[in-house]
Write a protein that binds this ligand. Sequence first.
Ligand code: TNX
Length: 596
Amino acid sequence: MPPSLDPPRAPAGPRIPAQPTEPDRTTELTQPTEPDRTPELGELARAAATAAGSRLVPPAGRLTDVLPAPERVEPDPGADFVLPATAAVRVTADPAARDVAEQLAELLRPATGYPLPVTDATSPQPRGGIALVLDDGSNAGSGDDGSHDTDGGGSDSGGLGVEGYRLQVGTDGVRITAGTAAGLFHGVQTLRQLLPAAVDSPTPVAAAWVLPGGTIVDRPRFAHRAVMLDVARHFFDVPDVLRVIDHLARYKLNHLHLHLTDDQGWRIAVDSWPRLATVGGATEVGGGPGGHYTREDYRRIVGYAARRHVTVVPEIDLPGHTNAALTAYPELAPDRTAPPPYTGTEVGFSYVDPASERTYDFVAEVLGEVAALTPGRYLHIGGDEAYRVPAEAYRGFVERTQRIVTDLGRTVVGWHQIAPTGHVDGRVIQWWGTDGDDPGTVDAVRRGARLILSPANRAYLDMKYAPDTPIGHDWAGLIDLRRAYDWDPGTHLTGVPETAVLGLEAPLWTESVTTRTEIEFMLFPRLPALAELGWSPRSHHDWDGFRTRLAGHGPRWTLAGITFHRSPEVPWPGVPAPRSPLADPPPRHRTGAAPG
Ligand code: TNX
């Protein structure tokens, strides 16, 4: 029996084993086994020498290898910089910028073993170290700001927008300039990728920490770049969610949508309706114990995300997908009878009574408490698959709920089933269709809505990669890496102009996903593909370039303990390329009878 390599939470015998540091090159689904023999001393010495040699001279990353692809890259091969052990991180005296600098130092200390003190500097210069500079716009960049930024809350910094940055590597150091702490944070993610892959090692590595010389000027194409985690079908505890936030931050995604409630479980404590969490939260798909976030848990998630410039978008799915709420409070049910807890995976059977005033007390109090815990502007009200609610009652319910959200000073988000209902200021519709024609959504856009695109046959992370993917669905088709990458959010929905597209989101529904390892397996490598669609200029879209750049991230993920699908579409280092059926036609001279 091989040793278990799973993170502590994983149950025994998971379907996707966590990956060891040395990747299994045969199949991603077979638990790798240790060779059944003791290596000789000489062999060990040779292995150590090889490892040391390859670590002392790591290949310098290339400025053009960053993922998502930056807007502008100007390599300067003569200007590589080697981070010295004495380097400091110097930062503008601003609390948010300082926090980004602290995070950079925290990211680099484990692998480098360097102390990397963070020091204040009013106008830091790169003197053999790293400088993070908040700039008011006079020197940070140039040109028009073409990105669809809508979030405000920061100076424009000479065309870099509210999330852009400029990164300069010269022989005397590294300098990241931005108008906002968010921009500095994204610049830091780029800096990580420019260092050798060993930077992801959790323990010190003896390496020359080389950064390729040159300049990157970068900002996002779309303001909203998100992942959704369904914590209702299966519950995931706080550390699992924090780790997902780390993954978002690495690829410059800026919103985490938490699907907090569904038929199988209610996952957030609400003081005014306490049984929602204690009763409604005590189940999950398959009959496990479920769970819920206390207010403190939720605050911790929101705070951890905020520090990484990720905004949490909480979803309370209404009026359907509410079986768990009805088990806790039968007064909300159309027949005032508590249904049994639901642990299956069907949808569309449950709803809160749209004709009862008590339902609106519930909606207002729940959304009020969730809004009070959530600093972000968005409240997601679901609205999908309420198949048993008649159209007029559905419209009345959604319109009243939208008003409750706007009265709370928040912006409504809903799945595209809400499109035919009345518009409210700022309303955002999340489109999850599978064909690019949807007159109802186009009409809602005409009436003022903006869109988050989550086409189920492109962006749904719960779809299988291939027929043999051990978990996931296929109702929207199989989504291999290329399918996830090869579409354009700016033109995807016929009749919707790019200016109405706020951005995109990749949802991970978890009917079949039960552990952190399985979450990561479905996220990687598709998450970086969707991140690039959200961030990079369309003119940089390039499948071959993307998969080549992505390949270099495999070793980083392995070092970071991230489980990923070894997509055959990617030339992962160390794995021989599969022989192309085109380059290698079937032999013409077969033995046996010719057809016909
Ligand atoms: C559709 S997409 C759903 C979810 C399921 C998902 C499974 C949407 C708004 N509703 O309830 O979990 O399919 O892929």
